[in-house]
Design a protein around this ligand. Structure first.
Ligand code: SF4
Length: 399
């Protein structure tokens, strides 16, 4: 197991806390609801994984740490021990971004105190909607009142870098209710907003209700209008789009997520977490099963009983790089692509294709960059599928 050798540019560190008080109907992140029984055991196992893997990442310096889930806020003061272990065995830059995801219903003065004492300087809160009916349908525990109380509390703590997560395209949502959700969110003046379009997992409670005809989803055209409304409303309020789903005031872009979109290296710890190492051309993913994860860690090894390794071919790496960079409003630098992969992008996407997308106003093309327009972002999935096919052709040709 060699994660690394040689000095590296700053990387991201992710820790997965796979516990929720209740599962939301639309969520496909790995988490369980048995924190009561497994919490302590899991945190001990996580500490062991940090210790196992730190030596292999000793040449890295991390400038972002992200506790995601699940609901890390469920763990309260238990997080402090993990933070201390990280600081002791990994190289964390002094001015790093430390983010923790929290659920509104978990936010108490005690939790905020624990978060600040642990050294977090960024909080990402899942508000999702300000409409009671929409929240209930999605299986959220928080009501608009709980959301409001949570954000008032956050405004009073010393952490100013707050992200608010929102969802659009949800059952019963209208353009008007989405406008209200955006307006109400802006009232709290957050530095960062993420707006994700709901995608219903192919199985689970939301899909069952959809199959039963208990509700319908907004039409595709209405979902597009919601997306465009978000871009326009947030921009008018000084919160600019910098990624397909992410918006911030200048200088408050999520450093951690930008690592993903730049296809930088990252270390992921905990059940279901992935790590990426571009020099070794692999992605290592821990098992999405906390019972097995804990059992293997308790056995004193970090072995392939607990992770899988995906070897990434050049075609996969190129495809991922294109897909990730094109999510950013800055788009993809043709020079960076050339430096990274040793071939020009036009070997994959023919100039005629780029010109066609440009003529259709899906992309903007200048000397060094190719980026999606708002119209392009609206159909990004279709365009990226085309790019994937072109990458596969290159791979087959070079096989
Ligand atoms: S609280 Fe978050 S992680 Fe947990 S089920 Fe709901 S959306 Fe998923």
């Amino acid at each position: 197991m060699t994660d690394r050798s040689g000095a590296q540019p700053p990387a991201g560190l992710y820790l997965h806390i796979p516990f929720c008080r209740r599962r939301c109907g639309y969520c496909d992140f790995y988490s369980t609801t048995n924190y009561q029984h497994m919490g302590e055991r899991y945190f001990n196992a996580l500490r062991k994984e940090i210790l196992f893997r730190a030596p292999f990442w000793r040449n890295y310096i991390f400038d972002s740490v992200f506790f995601g889930g699940g609901s890390p806020s469920i763990a309260g003061s238990r997080l402090n021990d993990i933070v201390k272990t990280i600081r002791r065995v990994l190289n964390i830059m002094p001015d790093s971004e430390w983010t923790i995801e929290v659920n509104p219903e978990d936010i108490t003065d005690k939790l905020l105190d624990a978060i600040q004492k642990a050294g977090f300087n960024r909080i990402s809160v899942g508000i999702q909607s300000w409409n009671a009916h929409e929240l209930t349908t999605m299986g959220r525990r928080a009501t608009p009142d709980i959301n409001e109380r949570a954000l008032h509390r956050l405004q009073q703590c010393n952490i100013e870098n707050i992200n608010i997560d929102l969802l659009f395209g949800v059952p019963y949502q209208t353009l008007q209710s989405w406008r209200t959700t955006l307006a109400q969110t802006l009232w709290f003046n957050p530095l960062h907003i993420s707006t994700y379009s709901l995608s219903v997992p192919t199985s689970g409670p939301l899909q069952t209700k959809l199959n039963e005809g208990s509700f319908t989803l907004p039409e595709t055209e209405d979902v597009r209008s919601m997306y465009i409304l978000a871009i326009e409303m947030l921009k008018k309020n000084g919160i600019a789009q910098y990624e397909i789903s992410n918006f911030s005031r200048p200088g408050y872009e999520s450093r951690h997520n930008v690592h993903y979109w730049h296809a930088d290296d990252y270390l992921g710890l905990g059940a279901s977490a992935s790590s990426f190492n571009r020099h070794e051309k692999c992605r290592r993913t821990n098992i999405a099963d906390i019972e097995k994860y804990c059992t293997v860690m308790e056995s004193g090894t970090y072995s392939d009983n607990v992770y899988t390794i995906d070897t990434l071919t050049d075609a996969i790496l190129m495809r991922e790089y294109i897909m990730l960079s094109m999510r950013l409003t800055d788009g993809l630098s043709l020079n960076h692509f050339m430096q990274r992969f040793g071939i020009p992008l036009t070997k994959i996407i023919p100039e005629t294709q780029l010109r066609e997308w440009k003529d259709n106003r899906f992309i903007i093309l200048d000397d060094d960059r190719i980026r999606f327009t708002v119209k392009g972002f609206c159909v990004a999935d279709t365009l990226l599928t085309e790019i994937f096919k072109l990458c596969d052709v290159v791979n087959t040709t070079h096989a």
